[in-house]
Design a protein around this ligand. Sequence first.
Ligand SMILES: *Cc1c(COP(=O)(O)O)cnc(C)c1O
Length: 375
Amino acid sequence: MDRIQMVDLKSQYLKLKDDIDNEIQKVLESTAFINGPQVKEFASALNNFQGSQCTITCGNGTDALQIAMMALDFKPGKEVIVPAFTYVATVEVIALLHLKPIFIDVDPDTFNLDMDQLEGKITKDTAGIVPVHLYGQCADMESIMKIAGSHNISVIEDSAQALGSVFAFADGNTFKAGTMGHIGTTSFFPSKNLGCYGDGGAIFTNDAELGEKIRMIANHGQKMKYYHDVVGVNSRLDTLQAAVLKAKLRYLDEYAIARNKVATYYDEKFKGIEGVLVPHRSKKSTHVFHQYTVKVENGQRDALSSYLLSKGIPTMIYYPLPLHLQKAYRGFGFKEGDFPIAERLCNEVISLPIHTEITAEMSKYIADSVIDFFD
Ligand SMILES: *Cc1c(COP(=O)(O)O)cnc(C)c1O
């Protein structure tokens, strides 16, 4: 058996090698490293995949969030509601734009925004809500959009971990992650479900006017070269990355199926283990299993992690410390005990290897090792 990894980008590349090498070679020959035709081609293919009106590519998923907040004109001092349990990027751009993060606790089962707490956090200063579709499953977008709509607040969906996931509204209509909010963002960091070979990101909106503004902000605030209408940033998906993504996008649904197969297998194997809670499946959203994250009760999480490591199985903790307790964000005035679920999850969650290249032999070895630990 090959070495088990959290992600196996090498084996994944080898399967698509001819395709990808060919796409990269074309870019090298053309030397159109910035804004080459592949950037538009990929954006258009992704736009189709998403069923979105506008797709604007950019430099990375963090930039995507910042550009979204700039395009929605979130003014300094305004409040943005974000989950306390997520990756730092969301709160980072809030702080950079001199906005105020208003953390909210997450649902202990779905790891997404706790709907019971959302409306109570809205004030006259609230500019927006940023739901994060954590680990690959959509937050309750129907409720979020309803609440946001009734208060006239913008919603930016952070879909960095959930590209390809599908959410169903009560009326039966379905939408891809990133296309339900006023703006959606995603990341093509190599380990994401659709990863490039460097940094990359994209922004989605169904509002054509907003789309134009996003495009302008991502490009130095200009529509015409050297004429700058608004203050912007320089955030581009480079042509080589677009070429790689163009080749890989064709496999994104297949990748989600492969990840789900492993997840279903783990679910079955772990069903009977006391003290291990497998990921909750939302009835409204499909799951693309960016991570397969279980909760380990009774303070056993770190011991399980060490045990698995001793058997050659890597694991990761996403995330070990909630945002409101991070040193950089202490200044916003939150303290220990403010978000008990987020704090508890940081001690209980552990993500097991799940990726597109895991063999049946590997997943069996991983699952059996987890079972062995609890025996
Ligand atoms: C990866 C990630 C980002 C940031 O993406 P980068 O491309 O690394 O900037 C933002 N939010 C979430 C939830 C992520 O997982």
